[in-house]
Design a protein around this ligand. Structure first.
Ligand code: MRU
Length: 347
């Protein structure tokens, strides 16, 4: 499946190609974006989303700008720099977006072909990182609970659509399924844009993995009722102290996991841990438009003009995180929290 890609001369000239995630699961449609403004609009409206996929799209976006403007004159280089800035700031919370843009921009001295090569390297690295992190995460939970298939709960979408490769948190769940070690994945629907219902369910079904869908507020109830062995979440940005910004609704799952003594695992690329962000309080949480909450399927579901609070993400304090699992380590920012959690609780 072509999720985030590049189109060259054989497809009508330079373009960033995106599988339009807004149309899923009803329709599988690709966008061919030939201008930076179109790409920025696609990022803002979540045609592409998920921190690693945003990083790949951002890097290809810089390659697009380099092909459109060239890199031969100071004016051209400034135009590419301006485009890169607009792409990097299209959504503020996911660190992957700015990192992907910066990597591509750093290759500008080599000309458009070098920028494109670096963007392709960003995509290839995502695939390697996903593989290593999901093996580590699956090994970790199976080490904690070797004797039976697991019931895993997750939120938002952190599978191939979100990373352009194997996925992070959902990738770990899919890996458990490959190993015959998944009893059930419980997917929170993820209001208001339904990444869980639309995208995670689509990916679980495609993999033939056993799953059920629940409303977001049923997640903590499922944990408290003993229906969940482990919670897997992704991350948009992790502060240096281990506080984790992820899709709104993640924090309540971490609270419930701590209360019930089951592991709350964050699976993410190492680069998600941002050394320039000391704590979660320093993370910029994107606030999105009111109509996402007021409306459902384009139909108004409350009083017209109702004021809305619509943060796209929340911050889970490090004390609630059993481990952050990356391609290079399993890091417990609060070792005492890790020690208290087990997946071996009786069913
Ligand atoms: O608003 P979204 O859909 O971009 O939010 C995505 C998430 O919160 C993911 O959990 C996160 O980016 C990690 S994707 C591997």
């Amino acid at each position: 499946m072509r999720i985030v890609d590049w189109a060259g001369d054989d497809e009508g000239g330079p373009a960033v190609v995106l599988l339009d995630q807004r149309a899923l699961p009803e329709r599988t449609e690709h966008l061919f974006l030939r201008g930076v403004d179109e790409l920025v609009a696609a990022i803002r409206s979540l045609a592409v989303r998920g921190a690693p996929s945003l990083g790949i799209a951002g890097a290809f976006g810089v390659a697009l700008a380099a092909h459109l403007h060239g890199t031969a004159t100071p004016v051209a280089v400034a135009a590419v720099g301006d485009a890169a800035q607009r792409i990097a700031t299209a959504r503020p919370t996911a660190v992957g977006l700015e990192l992907g843009v910066r990597r591509a921009l750093d290759a500008l001295g080599g000309g458009p072909a070098a920028v494109l090569a670096e963007a392709r390297a960003v995509a290839a690295d995502a695939a390697r990182v996903n593989d290593a992190a999901t093996v580590r995460a699956a090994d970790l939970v199976q080490g904690l609970c070797p004797d039976r298939p697991l019931r895993a709960l997750t939120v938002c979408n952190t599978g191939p659509l979100a990373t352009g490769a194997g996925g992070t948190a959902l990738g770990a769940i899919l890996r458990l399924h490959e190993r015959g070690a998944l009893a059930e994945a419980l997917a929170c629907e993820t209001r208001p844009l339904l990444q869980g219902a639309r995208l995670t369910v689509w990916e679980l079904a495609a993999a033939g993995a056993p799953h059920r869908l629940c409303v977001d507020s049923a997640g903590p109830a499922a944990i408290a009722s003993g229906l969940v062995d482990v919670v897997f979440a992704g991350a948009d940005r992790i502060a240096a102290n281990g506080d984790v910004a992820n899709k709104i609704g993640t924090y309540m799952l971490a609270c419930a996991a701590a209360r019930s003594g089951i592991p709350f695992l964050v699976v993410a690329p190492e680069e998600t841990i941002d050394p320039h962000t000391a704590t979660g309080a320093d993370i910029v949480v994107e606030e999105r438009g009111a109509d996402e909450v007021r409306e459902h399927g384009g139909v108004l579901r409350t009083l017209a003009g109702t004021p809305v609070y619509n943060p796209a993400f929340d911050v889970t304090p490090f004390e609630l995180v059993t481990a952050v699992v990356t391609e290079s380590r399993a890091w417990s920012p609060a070792p005492s929290a890790a020690a208290g959690r087990s997946v071996a609780a009786p069913r």
